[in-house]
Design a protein around this ligand. Structure first.
Ligand SMILES: NC(=O)c1ccc[n+]([C@@H]2O[C@H](COP(=O)([O-])OP(=O)(O)OC[C@H]3O[C@@H](n4cnc5c(N)ncnc54)[C@H](O)[C@@H]3O)[C@@H](O)[C@H]2O)c1
Length: 358
């Protein structure tokens, strides 16, 4: 068997625990969790102890000391550009958590740097890797509902996300940048690229600085229309957290994803319903399983791509299209109009003309 892919995880906070477990579980498929790093020595040491690897408090030192094939960056977005550029500068592949970086210019700069250096780059966008969402994609691909022309994709919860991510209170952009980004990526995954987007945002929790609710309307290039919703302020019973609920209509039927990972498919007038969840992994918990498992499946996908030397489905350049939707949604809400999402080259020109206008 070819030698394993040696991975260093950067950032050992809340969500990184899922990545660390995922890499450990993927040892049989060629993953080698080689080292961990966190600027907080307590978190670095704790992860090093739990996963039996060397821990570092400085990513540059880890990269200098370890023979890594890839780094998995699970810090918050403000550090992503510097850490990606560090890895790219060393010729080491980089996986970086969403949101890709604080600004569109940062994201494009990272993609440009990776392409120039010929370094593999992926964004850990994981909702499309959740087992239920893969099932939905398979049903669309089977042709059972015909051509999809309308969808509603919803992440609506009142679950206390602030307890594990207290930094949410102070974010300048919240619901769309944190979770809407996943749902927008699903809209692309199910219905293809987007021509224009409009959006209404709301701040329903007065303790939060930014928007906690967004309702978006997308016109896809195929002609399909989707409603993409996200909120941390829903009061629903059952509260489906952390599941994404989906309704897709085609000319021959429909797909409805219900709470509890159940999928109802109507095709040619006949309806079937099935469980599309997957069993708990040793380290996943009932409530969080859907998203934890999504992180695992995403890591498995990245590992396979690294081993085969092919681009990830959520490569840096692919994820620019999801990021552009996030930016366009915020602009749409601010300017009360539909916005055409930026494209890599067109947007570079737009940025310089914006600068000239200032
Ligand atoms: N995909 C998902 O479903 C999902 C869910 C939650 C969080 N996230 C994303 O994961 C990322 C991390 O979020 P979190 O909630 O785990 O944050 P966190 O604050 O709990 O963890 C971040 C860690 O990074 C460390 N860190 C900061 N700068 C560093 C540096 N330069 N080098 C090494 N370590 C550094 C911090 O000390 C901290 O321990 C964010 O981008 C967030 O959006 C994704």
């Amino acid at each position: 068997m070819a030698r394993g892919i040696r991975i260093g995880v950067i950032g050992c906070g809340f969500y990184a625990q899922n990545h660390l477990h995922a890499w450990k579980d993927l040892v049989g498929e060629g993953a080698v969790l080689a080292a961990v790093c966190d600027v907080d020595p307590g978190k670095a040491q704790a992860a090093g102890r739990t996963f039996g690897v060397t821990s570092y408090t400085d990513a540059a030192t880890m990269l200098a000391n370890e023979r890594l094939d890839a780094v998995d960056i699970v810090t918050r977005h403000d550090t992503h550009r510097a850490l990606c550029e560090l890895a790219i500068g060393k010729g080491v592949a980089a996986i970086v958590q969403k949101p890709f970086a604080p600004t569109w210019e940062d994201c494009v700069a990272i993609v440009d740097a990776a392409e120039k250096a010929g370094v593999w780059l992926a964004v850990h966008e994981n909702f499309r890797f959740q087992t239920p969402m893969r099932h939905v994609r398979r049903v669309i691909d089977s042709g059972a509902i015909g051509t999809p022309s309308w969808a509603r994709i919803m992440f609506r919860t009142g679950f206390d996300v602030y307890r594990t991510q207290p930094y949410f209170y102070d974010e300048e952009r919240l619901a769309i940048a944190d979770v809407g980004i996943h749902v927008l990526d699903l809209a692309r995954f199910f219905l293809g690229e987007v021509e224009r987007i409009s959006c209404e945002t709301q701040r329903r929790n007065p303790k939060v600085r930014a928007e906690d609710t967004a309702t978006m309307l997308l016109r896809h290039r195929s002609g399909a229309v989707s409603v993409v919703e996200c909120t941390y302020e829903a009061r629903r019973d059952p509260d489906p957290f952390p599941e994404t609920l989906v309704e897709i209509e085609g000319d021959n039927g429909s797909i409805i994803v219900l709470p509890g990972s159940r999928m109802r498919v109507t095709s040619n007038g006949a309806t079937t319903e099935e469980d599309i969840g997957s069993p708990l992994r040793s380290w996943t918990s009932d409530r969080w399983h859907v998203t934890q498992e999504g992180a695992f499946v995403a890591c498995r996908h990245f590992l396979g791509c690294l081993r085969r030397g092919v681009s990830a489905e959520t490569s840096g350049s692919d994820n620019l299209r999801t990021y552009a939707l996030v930016d366009a949604a915020y602009r749409a809400a601010e300017e009360h109009r539909a916005i055409v999402p930026a494209q890599r080259k067109a947007s570079a020109a737009a940025v310089s003309s914006d600068r000239r206008a200032q």
